[in-house]
Design a protein around this ligand. Structure first.
Ligand code: C2E
Ligand code: CA
Ligand code: CA
Ligand code: CA
Length: 276
């Protein structure tokens, strides 16, 4: 009969070993998944409500294991960030997108948005990675938009601002993703030159439950107009949510109401049927 303390320390050892193994294997698994081509990219159309047409798409990564299990991006993206794998993963994403877009039938100026993680912004090769992306897809004459979260702008503000300015020089646009959820001061709105503000789904969701009383959402929309930013509503699912945003002048709409994220082949069909 083992004393409690011994049982406890054995348990702790098992847990630690497990945790260590988990740590090592995330990194290895992501690397293996890149080589094994387990990652794919889905694209979600973005709608310009004023022009009544699709104006672009956001690239969203997907990971499917050989046994068919799908790992959610919020899980593997944060794992990749924590394990120092987000830069290789984003470089892989860029290659996948470059392959996918070869035969897209879109007009020049079609917006292509990619998500950039905070850690990548700090990386010394961030600007050259993005320039390489521009180069790879340049025959399509996309307007490329980088989606950044508020959190990613907190660290090294000046250095990051210079990098973003350099990219804006070559026509890249910068969007703030999940606006209003970052728990940080709004001073960055003055530090950085931005183009788009994406209103987080949470605020759009609240339109119905709050019965038309959405002071924070209204303030965000007004703020973006004051700052001369283009504003996009995310996660729009219902006609009521759409109407609410239309009435307040929000032009760009993304959400299941118009289209879900879809595979490359599905997108190409979608663009033919419903695209510009
Ligand atoms: P996000 O950048 O905010 O992407 C929007 C998420 O909302 C997507 O989830 C999309 O499928 C979902 N969505 C779009 N419209 C609707 C709607 O009408 N209703 C609801 N309920 N959901 C909607 P997804 O694809 O699961 O991605 C989750 C998050 O993972 C993304 O949030 C982004 O932060 C991250 N992520 C995905 N792909 C990448 C990537 O390639 N790189 C990086 N750094 N992050 C990525
Ligand atoms: Ca995004
Ligand atoms: Ca978002
Ligand atoms: Ca999000």
């Amino acid at each position: 009969f083992l004393p409690m303390a011994a049982i406890f320390s054995i348990l702790l050892m098992i847990l630690t070993a497990n945790w260590l193994q988990r740590r090592i294997s995330w990194r290895d698994e992501i690397r293996r998944a890149i080589n094994g081509r387990q990652f794919t990219v889905h694209y979600q159309p973005v709608y310009n409500d004023q022009l009544q047409r699709c104006s672009g798409a956001e690239a969203l990564m997907r990971w499917t294991l050989p046994n068919g299990t799908v790992i959610r991006p919020d899980i593997f993206i944060s794992a990749a960030e924590a394990e120092g794998m987000i830069v290789p993963l984003t470089r892989h994403l860029i290659e996948l997108i470059a392959e996918d877009v070869q035969d897209w039938e879109v007009e020049p100026g079609f917006h292509l948005a990619i998500n950039v993680a905070a850690e990548h912004l700090q990386h010394p090769e961030f600007v050259s990675d993005m320039l390489q992306f521009v180069e790879k897809v340049k025959h399509q004459q996309f307007v490329i938009t980088l989606e950044l979260t508020e959190r990613s702008l907190i660290k090294d503000g000046d250095a990051v601002a210079r990098k973003l300015d350099a990219l804006r020089e070559v026509g890249i646009k910068v969007a703030i993703d999940d606006f209003g959820t970052g728990h940080c001061s709004l001073s960055y709105l003055m530090t950085f030159s931005l183009d788009y503000l994406k209103i987080d789904r949470g605020f759009i969701n609240a339109i119905e439950s709050l019965g038309g009383e959405t002071p924070v959402l209204d303030a965000i929309i007004n703020l973006s107009f004051k700052l001369r930013l283009q504003v996009l509503g995310e996660g729009v699912e219902t006609p009521l949510q759409l109407l609410y945003l239309q009435q307040r002048g929000v032009v760009f709409i993304q959400g299941y109401y118009y289209a879900q994220p879809m595979s490359n082949s599905a997108l190409k069909i979608w663009l033919k049927e419903k695209g510009p």
